[in-house]
Structure formats: structure tokens, C-alpha cells
Design a protein around this ligand. Structure first.
Ligand SMILES: *[C@@H]1O[C@H](CO)[C@@H](O)[C@H](O)[C@H]1NC(C)=O
Ligand SMILES: *[C@@H]1O[C@H](CO)[C@@H](O)[C@H](O)[C@H]1NC(C)=O
Ligand SMILES: *[C@@H]1O[C@H](CO)[C@@H](O)[C@H](O)[C@H]1NC(C)=O
Ligand SMILES: *[C@@H]1O[C@H](CO)[C@@H](O)[C@H](O)[C@H]1NC(C)=O
Length: 174
């Protein structure tokens, strides 16, 4: 009887640990305090029975084969700047997600990036295809850092504080 219980526990353990990469779980927990003002991410908690971060929330989507995070849906999780105040994002917080394809950061009151921690820090993410940044307070200075994201195909920047001429190749949604 106990042998079976142990066997079941061992097999569950190995399945769970396959589900989510440890360094990405750590990175999600580092992101959490910045995007959890509305408590939408309260399920992001580490625990023996909760170590598969791919199952934490629909906002975290992983590749079934590799267990790497491929999409993060973090839109509107912080509340609007009118309620929460503007803040500056540390884009390096996303650099551990090496398989990331899609990043949603719409409507989070982001005024820009922390100095030397802009989106150019994500140029090593060779699968990053879509970046949704509408409804924040980014100004035109964001554009030079976005130019370094060579795999980017979709970019949304509507409802920000951009002005002047924008020169970017690809699908740009204003
Ligand atoms: C998951 O990863 C495998 C191996 O790298 C890749 O072939 C596959 O296309 C990926 N699937 C998705 C949905 O990204
Ligand atoms: C930005 O995040 C990275 C990765 O977590 C960290 O190493 C770095 O110290 C942070 N930078 C600032 C200015 O907080
Ligand atoms: C644009 O935003 C950056 C922070 O990302 C800030 O340092 C700069 O002063 C802003 N420029 C203008 C013209 O508002
Ligand atoms: C990019 O935009 C196209 C057209 O709207 C859409 O079909 C595609 O799914 C988007 N790609 C990603 C990775 O979001």
C-alpha cells in the first residue's frame, strides 16, 4: 500500500517538475509584485503541490514539450495610472523567458522603462514576435529600444504618449 502511494507521489513529482522551468518560476515570482495590484496573480505561489507555474493561471502559457513560457498575458493587472500612479518598468524582468513569443502589457500605467533596463534587454529573446503595449504612458523614447527586437512582428502602441514620426518595420497597431 505505502509502496504505491510513494510511487504515485514520485510520478506526480516528476511530471510537475517537467511542467515548468525552475528559473522561469523564479522569474514569475519576481514579476508578481509589480503586476499584482489588483490581486489577479494571487495564485502565483510556490509550493510542493503548486510548483508547475504553467498551471498557475491562464495568464501563463507554456510550450507543452519544453515547459518554457511562451505567452504572458499581463494586461490590466495593475490598474490604471489614474488609480495607481505611473511607474517605470524593468524590462529585464522578462529576459529569463527565453522561449517567450507573446507579451501582453496593455493598460498598466507604465510610463517608461527603468534607466538601462529597457526593451533592448530583450533582444536575446529570439522568439519574441508580439508585444502589446497599448494604453500605457510610453513616449517616443521607447522606439529606439524596440528597434533592437529583431524577431518582433506585431507591436501595439495605441493610447500612449508618442509623437513625431515612427519608423518601424512590421505590423504596427496604433
Ligand atoms: C514547442 O517547442 C518545440 C521544441 O522547441 C517546438 O518544435 C514547437 O514548435 C513549440 N511549440 C510552440 C507552440 O511554440
Ligand atoms: C532589473 O531586473 C533584473 C532582473 O531581475 C535585475 O538583475 C536588475 O537588478 C533590475 N534592475 C533594477 C534597476 O532594478
Ligand atoms: C520619455 O520617457 C523617458 C522615460 O522612459 C523619460 O526619461 C523622458 O524624459 C521622457 N521624455 C519626454 C519628452 O517626456
Ligand atoms: C500577430 O498579428 C496577427 C494579425 O493580427 C495575428 O494573426 C497573430 O496571431 C499575431 N501573432 C502573435 C504572436 O500574437
Amino acid at each position: 500500500m505505502w509502496v504505491f502511494v510513494v510511487l504515485i507521489l514520485v510520478s506526480l513529482e516528476s511530471r510537475w517538475s517537467e511542467g515548468c522551468l525552475e528559473q522561469e518560476r523564479f522569474a514569475l515570482l519576481q514579476l508578481k509584485p509589480f503586476f499584482n495590484s489588483l490581486h489577479y496573480l494571487d495564485n502565483w505561489v510556490e509550493g510542493d503541490l503548486n510548483s508547475d507555474c504553467c498551471q498557475w493561471d491562464w495568464r501563463v502559457e507554456c510550450n507543452d514539450t519544453t515547459g518554457g513560457v511562451i505567452s504572458l498575458y499581463l494586461s490590466g493587472t495593475r490598474g490604471l495610472d489614474s488609480e495607481m500612479g505611473e511607474w517605470y518598468l524593468n524590462a529585464s524582468l522578462f529576459s529569463p523567458f527565453q522561449q517567450l513569443q507573446t507579451l501582453y502589457l496593455i493598460r498598466n500605467g507604465i510610463a517608461g522603462c527603468v534607466e538601462n533596463e529597457g526593451f533592448d534587454k530583450l533582444s536575446t529573446l529570439s522568439n519574441l514576435e508580439a508585444l502589446y503595449l497599448s494604453g500605457n504612458s510610453f513616449n517616443s523614447s521607447i522606439l529606439s529600444s524596440l528597434n533592437t527586437l529583431s524577431s518582433l512582428k506585431n507591436l501595439s502602441l495605441s493610447y500612449n504618449k508618442l509623437n513625431g514620426i515612427v519608423d518601424i518595420q512590421g505590423n504596427l497597431y496604433f
